[in-house]
Ligand binder design. Structure first.
Ligand code: SF4
Length: 355
């Protein structure tokens, strides 16, 4: 039976942090002689990583593998303080593309640790963001991934009035709420961030999907298996009662047999999945009656390029002026090489790499 209609979640796909990181690495590829290095996958998406590999970017899991003097980017997930320090040694040119919302959690961890709190950090063991955040105040932080961890962590609390709960930014809302509730039962004065640490992009994508998952016969979540927010979306769709939930990296992984009886199919994409994958999955589904966009909110957050790249702007202006006949003032009046960063679309940047 053909798919009748696709319900397409809005917002979906690239968030402001991923947009910033991808455009920043694209700038580095343009500005520096290859190879440019990147510590960890820039974002957890296979296509994105492969496109940058094709541009000569070398991904490493150890900053000491980056040669002296080479340019290196630190990924959007945030890095441990000792990794940031080590990457700056040996005259490496370092661009730290950590998302500002991850930096906010690092800051919360630092402040609470300084004030003597025991910090229960809700996150996934081994995920780059969790590893980086836990390293900010390792002596004060305990990872809570499941209920048993909460019991063990709670047993180590010495002052019940100084307990804080922080979280990985990309969790499913249920995962976070459950831990906070159980912690509050035990430690009524528990401290949490005024809203919570789940970022706007995570919650917006989940909210957009809940409605769709209730109406659809099946939901397809586009994103890689190591993408935390993608996995959170699959949980949200299941919790909303959708009987068939598939996660695919792209159209080739679509299990058409699994959705052969589905008339209405919901589609969304994790925060690190480019729009070209959404388009190709919908083309594969070929809905007879087309696509209905289901929008819960407008998302217009913009994160400017990392500080280190912004500091390069004067040099880039001068280089652009050289090409344009030496008139730096004219280049700056036109906004310089970063003029279009806000309006530049990271999905299009990647698509251009693939042409
Ligand atoms: S998912 Fe949220 S925290 Fe992660 S990069 Fe995107 S905006 Fe930042």
């Amino acid at each position: 039976m053909p798919v009748e209609k696709v319900l397409l979640a809005e917002p979906r796909g690239f968030c402001a942090g991923v947009e910033m990181a991808i455009k920043a690495l694209a700038w580095m590829v343009r500005v520096f002689e290859p190879p440019v290095y990147c510590y960890h996958e820039i974002v957890h998406n296979r296509l994105v990583v492969d496109r940058f590999r094709e541009q000569g970017v070398i991904f490493v899991d150890d900053v000491n593998a980056v040669p002296a003097g080479a340019p290196v980017m630190l990924s959007a997930h945030g890095s441990a303080p000792d990794v940031v320090a080590a990457s700056r040694e040996n005259n490496r040119y370092v661009v730290n593309a950590v998302c500002p919302l991850v930096t906010k959690v690092h800051h919360e961890a630092k402040v609470r640790a300084r004030k003597g709190f025991t910090i229960l950090y809700v996150g996934h063991a081994g995920h780059d963001e969790a590893v980086g955040t836990l390293a900010v105040a390792p002596e004060s932080m305990q990872l809570v991934e499941r209920d048993a961890d909460l019991e063990a962590a709670a047993a180590s609390v010495t002052d019940p009035t100084r307990v804080a709960v922080l979280a990985q930014t990309t969790l499913a809302q249920n995962e976070w709420a459950g831990v906070v509730e159980r912690t509050r039962e035990r430690f009524p004065e528990v401290w949490t961030a005024s809203r919570n640490d789940l970022c706007f992009a995570t919650t917006n994508r989940q909210d957009a999907l809940i409605d769709i998952a209730r109406r659809a016969d099946a939901v397809v979540v586009i994103g890689s298996a190591n993408s935390s927010n993608t996995i959170a979306l699959t949980k949200v769709a299941r919790d909303a009662g959708c009987p068939i939930v598939l996660r695919v990296d792209g159209p080739d992984e679509l299990d058409t047999a699994a959705i052969r009886d589905a008339r209405i199919v919901g589609v969304t994409a994790g925060a690190s999945a480019p729009e070209e994958l959404v388009e190709s999955v919908i083309a594969r589904l070929a809905p007879r009656d087309g696509v209905e966009a289901v929008r819960v909110t407008d998302e217009d957050e913009y994160f400017p390029p990392p500080r280190e790249l912004r500091e390069l702007i004067p040099a880039l202006d001068a280089a652009a002026a050289l090409v344009l006949g030496g008139d730096v003032t004219a280049v700056r009046a036109a906004g310089g090489p970063f003029v279009d960063d806000r309006t530049l679309d990271a999905s299009k940047v990647l698509a251009a790499f693939g042409d």
